[in-house]
Design a protein around this ligand. Structure first.
Ligand SMILES: O=C(O)CCC(=O)C(=O)O
Ligand SMILES: [Fe+2]
Length: 327
């Protein structure tokens, strides 16, 4: 993707020293630019029995004799949680293992060899040297999985399947590797600040055993406990808009801990840049008025990024009431 588009999708952050190099210095406190005000602590003790994000069995959903009830479980997960884990997802486990070890090995390279740099105002660095061969690449499989999930969501929503297909065909697939080093003061910073993702659908691969992803649910932070070989899926703002608010793009964050590093690989799917982003036409009617406006997707992202003020999220920006202050 071109630089300009990437920049648009990036979140504003100050250029920071390479966090891996920082972690090697074994500092007792964190440098000031990482300190965040109001880091909200998790309000549970380790002995509490916590709810967990739902688990969806893709095999059951696509081919099982109990397809209908799995579809209802998917629908519930998307409405109530905006997050779920998928098992039996069809992405080869041995391939996933390969990708996990390749990425970990990449992060273990000395900085000079890594040709990895962060640019001003961007959260991401560029990994120039991390190239996966065709056989070692999980991305085509993950893309198939994303498409299957989107098709099943259309079915559960009773949305026209062609309307969904037209949205995701020619959409973009973006990858982000997240590296969270051990942190001497985990209560004073985040790995990733609370946010929702502006894309349509996100598939996350946990690259090591360390936990850290937390999902906002009923005013608490629910930690995600990854099942072995599962992938974590979440709804982004674009899908919330298309579903006319039925599915929820949920705020989530990544926390850090003092002992272990954590790695994850997020794949973001957007809808086609040329499409109109708004509630699916097959879902709205006299009894179901649209709660979001409809505009060309690329244009709405552009206008939003120019007017990114007051920490207003993309989803609020697209709400019907927001129309009045458009100028
Ligand atoms: O690393 C994680 O668990 C969360 C990643 C995430 O939310 C993101 O990359 O947008
Ligand atoms: Fe995210």
């Amino acid at each position: 993707m071109e630089e300009a588009k990437l920049r648009k999708l990036g979140r504003g952050l100050l250029k920071a020293p390479n966090v891996q190099e920082l972690a090697k210095q074994q500092l007792a406190t964190i440098p000031p630019q990482y300190i965040q005000d109001n880091v909200e602590k998790t309000s549970y003790s380790s002995s509490m029995l916590l709810p967990q994000i739902p688990v969806i069995d893709m095999e059951q959903l696509l081919h099982g004799h109990d397809h209908d009830s799995e579809l209802q479980r998917l629908h519930f997960a998307c409405k109530e949680w905006g997050f779920f884990q998928v098992v039996n997802h069809g992405v080869s486990i041995s391939l996933m293992e390969k990708v996990k070890s390749e990425i970990q090995a990449f992060f273990d390279l000395p900085l000079e060899e890594k040709k990895f740099e962060q640019q001003e105002g961007r959260i991401e660095g560029f990994a120039h040297d991390l190239v996966f061969s065709e056989e070692q690449n999980t991305q085509p499989r993950i893309k198939n999985l994303a498409i299957s999930i989107l098709n099943q969501m259309a079915k559960a929503l009773k949305m026209d399947e062609k309307e969904m297909r037209d949205l995701y065909t020619d959409g973009m697939q973006l990858l982000r590797m997240n590296y969270y080093p051990p942190c001497p003061e985990p209560d004073r910073t985040y790995g990733l600040n609370p946010h929702s993702d502006s894309d349509a659908l996100i598939i996350l691969m946990h690259l090591n055993e360390t936990e850290g992803l937390q999902v906002r649910k009923d005013d608490t932070w629910v930690p995600v406990k990854p099942l072995p070989n599962a992938l974590t899926v979440n709804i982004g703002d674009m899908m919330e808009i298309v579903s006319n608010g039925v599915y929820k793009s949920i705020v989530h964050r990544a926390i850090v801990n003092s002992n272990e590093r954590r790695l994850s690989l997020a794949t973001f799917y957007t809808f086609n840049n040329d499409s109109d982003l708004g509630p699916a036409l097959s879902l709205i009617g006299p009894n179901n008025p649209p709660i979001f406006r409809r505009t060309n997707l690329a244009k709405s992202l552009e206008v939003f990024s120019k007017r990114k003020i007051n920490g207003k999220s993309f989803i609020d920006f697209m709400k019907m009431e927001a129309k009045d202050d458009e100028s």
